[in-house]
Write a protein that binds this ligand. Structure first.
Ligand SMILES: Nc1nc2c(c(=O)[nH]1)N=C([C@H](O)[C@H](O)COP(=O)(O)OP(=O)(O)OP(=O)(O)O)CN2
Ligand code: ZN
Length: 122
């Protein structure tokens, strides 16, 4: 069994109307985010020796990064309210076809906050 992980970063703005942190979160402001996508495999392709080519991850994660980088997250309807929970699910749904994606983590390092999505409950 193997797990491969690839990450990307993005800078984005948001506003969160409902938080206990007060007015600062309600104003439009920006964060640096770091997302990690993990893919699991029990076998490798005998021709390539790979579970999944990191080139495939690079391509798909680049597409998702372009959707998020330098964007106002509240304007992206598919995210919903731009919490770490909704961001990690948004990314998961856009990378899941790569293979057996076991988790997507989104880190907001300046706040020392991380949220990990493991996919929908069965
Ligand atoms: N369950 C969750 N709770 C909260 C989330 C979340 O995504 N999921 N998010 C927030 C805030 O957005 C988050 O804590 C950041 O706070 P914010 O005021 O935006 O940023 P800071 O000023 O603290 O951070 P700097 O990057 O240092 O400016 C709250 N709860
Ligand atoms: Zn914020």
């Amino acid at each position: 069994m193997w797990e491969l992980t690839k990450s990307f970063t993005f800078e984005a703005a948001h506003t969160l109307p409902i938080t206990t942190l007060g007015e600062a979160s309600q104003e439009i402001h920006g964060h640096s985010f770091r997302a990690e996508v993990t893919v699991r495999g029990a076998t490798t392709n005998p021709e390539t020796g790979m579970v999944v080519d990191f080139g495939v991850l690079t391509q798909r994660l680049g597409e998702v990064q372009a959707m998020l980088d330098h964007k106002f997250l509240n304007k992206i309807e598919a995210i919903g309210l731009p919490t770490l929970e909704n961001l990690s699910r948004f990314i998961y749904e856009r990378v899941r076809s790569i293979g057996h994606v076991t988790k997507v983590s989104v880190h907001r390092d300046s706040c020392r906050e991380t949220c990990t999505y493991f996919g929908p409950q069965d």
